[in-house]
Structures are given as structure tokens and as C-alpha cells.
Design a protein around this ligand. Structure first.
Ligand code: AMP
Ligand code: ZN
Length: 112
């Protein structure tokens, strides 16, 4: 059994509020939401972070990125949404399985 919590969610071994899944990705609600809509988009494949991506992952990454606006629309985020990817401890990454945060539903503060 994997000791990666997101691998375990993808395998159905840990509960999650899943809003979308297909053969390559799983999307679920963040357990500590920072906005009214806060989803995590993860690949089923264990990739620790953006740093480990190789050209072999290009189709997967494109699939994940192109899924984001469709998820936002399905969540009713007509005004727009924010996508965040934290990388490494210096970037605030806490779970070392690549994930895109998708946030929205209220006016989000500026990044500056
Ligand atoms: P990051 O800091 O970018 O690695 O983000 C990890 C995110 O995963 C945080 O926003 C956590 O709230 C979220 N998280 C951790 N464990 C779970 C879980 N079991 N189910 C859903 N979200 C989780
Ligand atoms: Zn994993």
C-alpha cells in the first residue's frame, strides 16, 4: 500500500469528495478549502511535483490543464478562477504528489 495520501485517494483506499475522475486524473474537494470552491486535480500516476515532469508527461499535463476551465464551469465559476501549483517546501508544497489547486467563488486577493 502506498504511503502517499493522494495515491491512496486515487486508488479508493482513502475517502475523498470526488467531483470528476477519468483514466488519467482524479479531482476532489480540498479538505481545508481556502475559497467556496477549492478543488485538487491530481494525476493517477505518482509524480512528486512539477520538477519531475518529463516530455513523456506532456499529454497528461495538457489533459490536466485543459480540464481546469471545464471543471470551473461545472462548479459555476462564471467570473473566473485561480489555479495554483506549489512546488517544493519553498513553494509551500505539503503533499508531494503533483496537484493543481482550482480556487474560486469569491473575489480572491491579488498575488502581489
Ligand atoms: P500543497 O500545500 O500545495 O501541497 O496542498 C496540499 C493540499 O492538500 C492542502 O490544501 C490540503 O488541505 C489538502 N489535503 C491534504 N490532505 C487531504 C485529503 N485527505 N483530502 C483532501 N485534501 C487534502
Ligand atoms: Zn502519490
Amino acid at each position: 500500500m502506498s504511503d502517499c495520501i493522494f495515491c491512496r485517494i486515487a486508488a479508493g483506499e482513502l475517502p475523498a469528495d470526488i467531483v470528476h475522475e477519468d483514466e488519467r486524473v482524479v479531482v476532489f474537494k480540498d479538505i481545508h478549502p481556502k475559497a467556496p470552491v477549492h478543488l485538487l486535480v491530481i494525476p493517477r500516476q505518482h509524480i512528486p511535483s512539477l520538477r519531475e515532469l518529463t516530455p513523456e508527461h506532456d499529454a497528461l499535463v495538457a489533459h490536466m490543464v485543459r480540464l481546469l476551465p471545464r471543471l470551473a464551469e461545472a462548479q459555476g465559476l462564471k467570473d473566473g478562477f485561480r489555479t495554483v501549483v506549489n512546488t517544493g517546501p519553498g513553494g509551500g508544497q505539503e503533499v508531494f504528489h503533483l496537484h493543481f489547486h482550482l480556487l474560486g467563488g469569491k473575489r480572491l486577493p491579488g498575488m502581489a
